[in-house]
Design a protein around this ligand. Structure first.
Ligand SMILES: Nc1ncnc2c1ncn2[C@@H]1O[C@H](COP(=O)(O)OP(=O)(O)OP(=O)(O)O)[C@@H](O)[C@H]1O
Length: 352
């Protein structure tokens, strides 16, 4: 059993604390994705699990072992980097087997493990090539192969697909999902990419400024964010937020020129709130006259209408099929009230 456990993990660089007491349980065989804005500490946390960064205090466990002060090589982890980190003068075969060779493994065993990784990643025809003769996607496959041959308990991925073009990213994302299914090892994956996080993860960890904001299954985070930060971070385009004030038990939202009685626990009068609604839960009302269509983005199957309300707030509406609003048009929006969320504007906590 090789889950990963973090207990009150703290990281300081000199006087600057960048990780503030992280507690996290990653189950054996789970695919766990770290997301969060740039600088929130995703890579630092991953590198601490790898042993590439020292842990200032707290404990990191892999399986039943406390690995906090172990060398990277002793931890039973293998890391895949954004930049592939292949040896340019070695063939694909030698790149994959090099780590085992350095550790003195017998030739026959190395050959067997390289053959297995080659099969899993469909690298047969490239085994004798050097990295310079491979595409970016093939290079990244080799670096994943190098991780596989080591038979780690935990795979660590640091934005492995960010250097690939859009088409290859999709292909490699599917490969990584298949790899996880096939070998079933625990995997921790850092990404900026919403789609990677949503499609690959069993569990997403949303980080902000060195703290965990929420941990959960992708659709749980999407449907039930604990706070405005998570609601705005998960989902693309992001959830719309409009300022509102609770008045007479209803929420007055100037941008929508209306008052709404929300079911369940409307807060005290005077509470300043953010009214949250996702682009796909809004519809354009062509008869309305509360917003101006600033621009539209047509992606084929869907388009996004970017509106500016008369209060100056931005609203994005997803339009499906052939519907497409005209830029410059005056429109309203409609929505089902049960799709809306409400957040306290000061604390950002979810009210409903
Ligand atoms: N060696 C260092 N010395 C001082 N501060 C550092 C060092 N390495 C990282 N940091 C700081 O730690 C914080 C977390 O960095 P980290 O690279 O983990 O963020 P990240 O979430 O992975 O960001 P990105 O998504 O941009 O890669 C940042 O504020 C960064 O400036």
């Amino acid at each position: 059993m090789s889950g990963v456990t973090l207990r009150n993990v703290i990281k300081r660089y000199g006087d600057v604390q960048v990780i503030h007491g992280i507690d996290l349980e990653i189950e054996d065989g789970e695919f766990c994705v770290f997301v969060g804005p740039s600088g929130c500490g995703k890579s630092t946390l991953l590198r601490m699990v790898a042993g590439l960064e020292e842990t200032t205090s707290g404990a990191i466990g892999i399986g039943t072992r406390d690995v906090t002060s172990m060398d990277p090589a002793e931890r039973g982890v293998a890391m895949v980097f954004q930049t592939y980190a292949l040896y340019p003068h070695m063939t694909v075969r030698d790149n994959m087997g090099f780590g085992l060779k350095m550790n003195g493994h017998p030739k026959a065993e190395i050959a067997e493990k390289v053959a297995e990784a080659t099969r899993i990643l469909k690298l047969e025809e490239y085994l004798n090539r050097k990295p310079s003769a491979l595409s970016g996607g093939q290079r990244q496959r080799v670096s994943i192969g190098r991780a596989i041959v080591r038979g780690p308990e935990v795979f660590l991925f640091d934005e492995p697909l960010s250097n690939l073009d859009a088409e290859l990213r999709v292909e490699m994302r599917v490969e990584i999902a298949r790899l996880h299914k096939e070998i079933g090892a625990t995997m921790i994956y850092v990404t900026h990419d919403q789609v990677e996080a949503m499609t690959l993860a069993d569990k997403i960890v949303v980080l902000r400024a060195g703290h965990i904001e929420q941990v959960g299954a992708p659709l749980d985070l999407y449907r039930n964010p604990d706070n405005k930060f998570v609601a705005g971070f998960i989902g693309s385009p992001a959830m719309n937020f409009l300022d509102g004030v609770v008045t007479g038990g209803e929420v007055d939202i100037p941008a929508l020129k209306g008052r709404y009685k929300l079911p369940l626990g409307t807060p005290a009068d005077g509470t300043e709130v953010s009214f949250g609604i996702r682009p796909e839960h809004l519809e354009i009302d062509p008869k309305g006259d509360t917003h101006t269509v600033d621009m539209t983005e047509a992606l084929g199957g869907v388009s996004f209408a970017h509106l500016i309300s008369d209060t100056g707030e931005k609203i994005i509406v997803e339009e499906r099929g052939d519907e497409r609003s005209q830029e410059g048009a005056r429109v309203g929006v409609s929505f089902a009230l049960d799709r809306a969320m409400l957040f306290d504007r000061k604390s950002e906590a979810r009210i409903r």
